[in-house]
Design a protein around this ligand. Structure first.
Ligand SMILES: Cc1cc2nc3c(=O)[nH]c(=O)nc-3n(C[C@H](O)[C@H](O)[C@H](O)COP(=O)(O)OP(=O)(O)OC[C@H]3O[C@@H](n4cnc5c(N)ncnc54)[C@H](O)[C@@H]3O)c2cc1C
Length: 264
């Protein structure tokens, strides 16, 4: 399936092919922003959202390495409840805000890009960058380049996919933690699984470690929790956001329970 970069979020979420083949993507888009914003927001614009951090937006006194490279980061020692627990750096702890991109990461979406040097494709998981020493570089989009489309290559268990977003309010709030997942079960065993997290890192976080740990395991709540534990083993909490670690583990487990019926 190809989704044009100028397609509106609402149109994508409501498209019959998306709803039937990639229900997790439809759910993710509908979990974002408000109906009015989704009616106007485009796929390309959603992919290019800046990461979220109060100190990045406060350009009246706060230090931010993203806004002004080398300046320092006031979030690391500041109010950092919404910030990253995975893949952060001493330069930046901001989180990626998109819901749609988390679902696209789990689905293994491919971006189609066009610039003055020609066309190229790139897995979405390689498009957004971790902050490292250069948090001002958020994506691998080059100067003059446009996203033209998002491609989702079919896979057999995409219909068994979903998205769950945990947030402070039931609507119109960014994710504290979100989980996109698709899973294939064969005779009670996890044959294949795709898992991505939102609200935890500078980019949509594909949970490769948890996926590897789950394949071949019994499709039980204990296996799901164990896979969540290994994924979150690398988490590094800040002063105010340690709760996200347990929240992520519980959300992963709950989503996989829901998809497999492992526990009501
Ligand atoms: C109050 C508020 C709450 C929100 N809540 C959520 C939320 O909970 N979840 C969520 O996922 N999103 C959320 N959003 C984001 C929203 O859904 C839009 O995706 C976002 O605002 C981008 O808007 P836009 O699509 O109009 O892009 P624009 O503002 O038009 O573009 C954003 C950037 O992308 C660039 N761009 C656009 N298209 C392309 C392209 N094809 N190729 C290259 N560059 C391109 C533009 O040049 C610009 O730099 C929220 C936004 C607001 C304002």
């Amino acid at each position: 399936m190809f989704i044009g970069a100028a397609a509106r979020n609402t149109a994508v979420a409501e498209h019959l092919a998306v709803r039937t083949r990639y229900p997790g993507l439809a759910r993710a888009i509908l979990a974002g922003a408000s109906a009015q914003i989704r009616n106007m927001a485009t796929v390309g614009g959603n992919l290019l959202q800046h990461t979220r951090c109060t100190y990045f937006y406060d350009d009246d006194g706060s230090r931010c390495n993203k806004r002004q490279p080398g300046q320092g980061c006031d979030a690391i020692e500041g109010f950092n409840r919404i910030h990253a627990i995975l893949g952060a750096s001493p330069a930046c702890v901001a989180t990626h805000p998109s819901d749609m991109c988390v679902a696209l990461a789990a689905l293994g979406a491919i971006l189609h890009l066009k610039g003055s040097n020609g066309e190229r494709t790139l897995p979405l998981t390689e498009f957004h960058q971790l902050p490292g020493d250069h948090p001002e570089v958020e994506t691998s989009l080059q100067a003059g380049e446009l996203i033209t489309a998002v491609e989702i290559r079919p896979f057999s268990f995409s219909t068994r996919s979903t998205y769950r977003k945990v947030r402070d309010r039931a609507s119109y709030a960014f994710a504290l933690v979100s989980v996109a997942a698709a899973i294939e079960i064969d005779n009670g065993t996890v044959k294949d699984v795709r898992l991505a997290l939102g609200g935890v890192a500078h980019k949509p976080w594909r949970a490769w470690t948890a996926e590897a740990a789950l394949k071949g395991q019994p499709a039980t709540e204990a296996s799901f929790r164990a896979a969540a534990e290994v994924e979150l083993a690398a988490a590094k909490p800040l002063r105010d956001n340690a709760f996200k670690i347990e929240l992520a583990k519980r959300t992963i487990t709950a989503v996989l329970n829901e998809l497999t019926g492992a526990k009501a």
